[in-house]
Design a protein around this ligand. Structure first.
Ligand code: GLV
Ligand code: MN
Ligand code: MN
Length: 433
């Protein structure tokens, strides 16, 4: 199939063809803020995250926005509407990354939204609403066993108990926020009031193969899968690798291995469920010692919350049965839990009209990945536009987006913003926190 024709509607002539090029350049620049030379790792509240917030705020100011770092370490840039103080349409995504990440996950949505505002600013164009671009900092949930801290705080659904969660070095979210220069006591005050926002619209790479298979640069998101995460700890008995007979062992790693396969089997046997053990650790960690302890994480996702909850309960029972049979202890701690979110039909329809105006066949697809919108959906209607990524590869340094796709996606966002009628904005989606 050939590449679809893309018209220039939604973009003024002087916006030219350089939007995509600027976005790609800035994404390359942002990728330098990393804790690992030659790779991109930027965890929530790390020094690299701090440096990235400074860069992003500078770009926002260049684009005519006022900026602040909020109490959850999100950078918020505000571009006033025709009159100052108008309610805002929120745009954004996240600038934290997984370990050894690609440079587009999250960062693309932030940089592209800033470019869209820059296009308005360069023409002195004001809309009948304010725009706020938010660069959230905790979408990946890699450093702490909690996630969406920034988005939850903005949505007013942050459980302050999350601040006690600790990273692998025993640093709590509360302490890390303080070190970052944020005031954890101010967190309740950054919750937005429903009447101050019209909605939240995020552009994000698809992180899957559908758009590529459909030969489409973009797609409109219909829903975001819900997710549950657990931390598991297996307690066995250390012993001499040469002297303890096999049948008398309480090997924590052997037990964990059986549990990992039970996680995989649960997902294989359950329609609409995916499950991942993404991190494991064993100790004491010597070639001649039977492992006494093992720890691992579990991530469950489904578009159907009932499927996810039932699978989590079934899995907990199965893992305890493995532990009992092998004579080891098992502690399972629930962490992040986010219900699935249906995107607001009115925003999806409006995004789809913009897609069509740019000469592209509209396609709706659901998101298997989590996004800041999962939390923001508790505050206001959420709309998302996905951008094709090469091979559907993400959470991987090979993640790739083309300049042409970045360009067309941002033109669609511009068209959407220019035609968005705040007085016909949808009411808040019925979402449970
Ligand atoms: C974030 O990328 C997630 O879905 O885990
Ligand atoms: Mn993301
Ligand atoms: Mn991600």
């Amino acid at each position: 199939m050939s590449e679809p024709e893309t018209a220039k509607a939604g973009t003024r002539a002087d916006e030219g063809a350089s939007l995509g090029a600027r976005i790609m350049r800035r994404l390359d620049e942002l990728a330098q803020y990393s804790s690992e030379p030659g790779a991109l790792t930027r965890l929530y509240l790390s020094p690299e995250h701090k440096a990235a917030t400074v860069q992003v705020a500078a770009w926002m100011r260049d684009a005519g926005m006022t900026t602040e770092l909020d109490a959850a370490a999100s950078v918020v840039g505000r571009y006033e509407g025709a009159e100052s103080g108008m309610p805002a349409l929120l745009l954004g995504s996240h600038i934290d990354t997984v370990r050894n990440a690609g440079r587009y996950d999250g960062n693309f949505g932030v940089v592209a939204a800033i470019e869209a505002v820059a296009a308005f600013h360069s023409r002195g164009e004001r809309l009948p609403f304010a725009i706020e671009v938010i660069a959230f900092g905790d979408e990946e949930g890699v450093r702490f066993p909690v996630t969406l801290t920034g988005a939850r705080a903005v949505a007013g659904i942050l459980d302050l108990a999350a601040l006690d969660a600790e990273d692998a070095d025993g640093v709590s979210v509360r302490e890390a926020l303080r070190r970052f220069g944020c005031d954890p006591f101010a967190l309740p005050h950054i919750a937005r009031r429903r009447k101050d926002v019209f909605g939240y619209v995020e552009m994000h790479i698809e992180q899957g193969p559908v758009l590529e298979a459909e030969n489409l640069p973009v797609g409109v998101v219909s829903a975001i899968n819900g997710a549950s995460r657990f931390a598991a700890e297996v307690e066995g008995v250390a012993g001499h690798a040469g002297t303890v007979p096999m049948r008398l062992r309480h090997d924590a790693v052997a037990a964990m291995s059986e549990m990992v396969l039970a996680v995989e089997r649960t997902a294989l046997e359950t329609p609409d469920l995916v499950a991942t053990v993404g991190w494991v650790e064993a100790s004491p960690g010597a070639v001649n010692v039977i492992p006494a302890h093992a720890r691992f994480t579990i991530d469950l996702r489904s578009p159907d919350d009932r499927v996810r909850k039932a699978a989590a309960e079934r899995l907990a029972r199965d893992l305890q049965a493995v532990a009992a049979r092998r004579g080891v202890g098992l502690a399972l701690r629930a962490g992040y839990d986010a219900p699935a979110l249906t995107c607001a039909p009115a925003l999806a329809d409006a995004l789809e009209r913009s897609v069509a105006r740019l000469g592209i066949r509209p396609l709706r697809l659901s998101s298997g990945a989590g996004h800041d919108g999962l939390a923001i959906g508790a505050l206001c209607p959420v709309g998302m536009l996905f951008v094709r990524c090469e091979g559907g590869i993400s959470h991987n340094p090979r993640e790739a987006v083309t300049e042409a796709d970045a360009d067309v996606a941002t033109r669609i966002l511009l068209d959407f913003l220019r035609t968005f009628d705040p007085h016909r904005a949808p009411s808040a989606a019925a979402v449970t926190p």
